[in-house]
Write a protein that binds this ligand. Structure first.
Ligand code: HPA
Length: 271
């Protein structure tokens, strides 16, 4: 894996004239709009990046964007890889390893999720303050490469408290309603049954989705700071559960996207 990371990193550095990003951004379903705010200097489609998997799901177009956002040099992933697409955990998290190798110190992740906290509303923004790994596996399983991080990484503050406080302050100043909560990540691709929402709620989670947890585990393994933000696109609350489609998830996410992008941009500016 080390050889692959180094090879890909070298290839990207060559293609970007040695652009050195400080902040990595992973954009979730319907949340790609943030890339329009980046003053892009280099754009590389995933298919031109050695060792990168190809994104298969609708609504994820698949490119790396290098440029400036909030006064910082960033690398954004438009389109992420999901476990339900059939990739293994190492493939899903490979780009995060490359982020670390490029010198990135902070990773911002976004996603769409189903809200189980009864106070949540559709379209609301939730700042992720912790997660629960409900995937049947973990991206760090296998021989540990100490060059990449410790065998038993600490997860006591997976989501950086200072960045959360910043985001809450930015939201308040700009009259954007946000809440905070725990994100449970599981495989998908089915949305949950009412019984499953109820079960996941009882684990302590406020929202549930099919991504993010693997990338955050690997970011923490590499001692990077993490900021996570989620758009509640549907509700897994008893009495409020209705049929949903991926298209509806994308539509709700797209509607909330400008506020989410604003918060991410300003959090990055504050770093
Ligand atoms: N469950 C899982 N993933 C999701 C949901 C959901 O309700 N909404 C958006 N992503």
């Amino acid at each position: 894996m080390l050889e692959q990371i180094n090879f890909t990193t070298k290839n990207i550095l060559e293609k970007t004239n040695h652009f050195k990003p400080e902040v990595g951004i992973i954009l979730g379903t319907g949340l790609g709009g943030l890339v329009n705010e980046i003053h892009a200097e280099y754009i590389i489609p995933y298919e031109e990046i050695p060792n990168f998997p190809l994104s298969t799901v609708e609504g994820h177009s698949g490119k790396l964007i290098f440029g400036e956002l909030g006064g910082k040099k960033v690398m954004a992933m438009q389109g992420r890889f999901h476990f339900y697409e059939g990739y293994d955990m190492h493939q899903i998290t490979f780009p995060v390893r490359v982020m670390k190798a490029l010198g990135i110190h902070t990773v911002c992740v976004s996603n769409a999720s189903g809200g189980m906290n009864p106070n949540f509303e559709i379209g609301e923004i939730m700042i992720i303050n912790d997660h629960i790994n409900l995937f049947p596996t973990n991206p760090l399983i296998g021989k540990n490469m100490s060059e990449l991080g410790p065998r038993f990484p600490d997860m006591s503050e997976a989501y950086d408290k200072k960045l959360i406080a910043k985001a809450l302050e930015i939201a308040k100043t700009n009259n954007i309603k946000v809440s905070q909560g725990i994100y449970a990540g599981l495989t998908g691709p089915c949305f949950e049954t009412p019984a499953e929402y109820s079960y996941i709620r009882r684990t302590g989670a406020d929202a549930v989705g099919m991504s993010t947890v693997p990338e955050v585990i690997v970011a923490k393994h590499g001692s990077m700071r993490v900021f996570g933000i989620s758009i509640i696109t549907d509700l897994g609350v008893e009495g409020k559960i209705i049929e949903i489609t991926h298209e509806e998830v994308q539509q709700v996410a797209a509607a909330a996207e400008p506020n989410m992008s604003f918060i991410v941009k300003e959090v990055i500016r504050s770093m």
